[in-house]
Design a protein around this ligand. Structure first.
Ligand SMILES: NC(=O)c1ccc[n+]([C@@H]2O[C@H](COP(=O)([O-])OP(=O)(O)OC[C@H]3O[C@@H](n4cnc5c(N)ncnc54)[C@H](O)[C@@H]3O)[C@@H](O)[C@H]2O)c1
Length: 261
């Protein structure tokens, strides 16, 4: 439990992972603003989580809309203490990705995180325990077949986290990122037709935990990074990936043992 109620903005908060992050803050007594373009899902999440959580219809690629949204949050909650840059697009056609799609995807995944942070920073300055958490991914550290844009955007977010952490440290603002592995999320739900068991089965060989993560497990790492307990942590990329990134190309197979067969 945080000793003081905080004002929290979560971009992409309408999605399953965003909702879990919001729920964690709300349970802690914080006030949460969800910024998203998915009005139906955003209003459903806000309605379900209660009075502490409000939905704002904000297109993150529209600077004026972002500024209006942040001004509304400041007017309503008296400031901003925490920003979670969670929104993303999976728009990516690998080698065949058009210039327009490259620009659209990087605009959502990378540039919007930078601009939202830029607009929020004046409000974060000198707020006790101010912090920013960016969402990166296991995809930012490895090659994945047919994907060029999304992994590049996530790798860039890791670097942006370090840059932000350096320049915002003098203002008492900590900046970290969280890197989920396969998480039971809207995209997994849609792709698998709602089949969690099948999704876990496919994820198992590449995660030490042998399963996908729960949104609440990712949310717990975000909550830790934003808490006073993490007051010495800044510029870090925290994995919440079930050990995916600890594994090498040999996975958990004993390849050397196969030499003797
Ligand atoms: N799902 C996973 O397994 C997984 C794994 C690693 C990392 N991540 C990261 O976790 C975060 C959440 O992932 P997810 O799978 O829940 O994503 P998602 O696609 O379900 O949700 C993304 C949200 O961003 C919103 N959004 C997109 N463009 C926007 C815009 N212009 N303005 C405002 N909102 C916009 C969407 O409406 C959506 O609600 C992302 O940053 C993703 O990279 C997810």
């Amino acid at each position: 439990m945080s000793p003081h109620a905080r004002s929290v903005i979560i971009t992409g908060g309408a999605t399953m992972i965003g909702a879990a992050v919001a729920e964690n803050f709300a349970n802690n007594g914080d006030q949460v603003a969800l910024f998203d373009i998915d009005v139906a899902a955003g209003e459903e999440v806000a309605g379900r989580l209660g009075a502490a959580v409000s939905f704002y219809d904000v297109d993150l690629t529209d600077d004026a809309a972002v500024s209006r949204g942040i001004a509304d949050v400041v007017a309503r909650h008296g400031g901003v203490d925490v920003l979670i840059n969670l929104a993303c697009t999976y728009l990516d056609n690998g080698l065949a990705t058009t210039r327009a799609d490259w620009i659209t995807a990087l605009n959502v995944n990378l540039v919007s995180a930078a601009i939202v942070t830029q607009i929020v920073v004046p409000h974060l300055k000198n707020r006790r325990g101010a912090s920013v958490v960016n969402f990166t991914s296991i995809s930012g550290d490895v090659a994945q077949a047919g994907r060029w844009v999304y992994p590049a955007s996530k790798a860039a977010m890791s670097q942006l986290t370090r840059s932000m952490a350096m320049d915002l440290a003098p203002h008492g603002i900590r900046v970290n990122s969280v890197s989920p592995g396969w998480t039971w999320s809207s995209v997994m739900n849609t792709l698998s037709g709602g089949d969690r068991a099948r999704t876990d089965e496919i994820a198992a060989p590449v995660h030490l935990t042998g399963r996908t993560g729960n949104p609440s497990e990712v949310a717990a790492v975000v909550a830790f990074l934003c808490s006073d307990v993490a007051s010495i942590v800044t510029g870090a990329n925290y994995t919440a990936d079930g050990g995916y990134s600890a594994m090498g190309p040999e996975r958990a197979d004993q390849l050397m043992a196969q030499l003797t067969n």
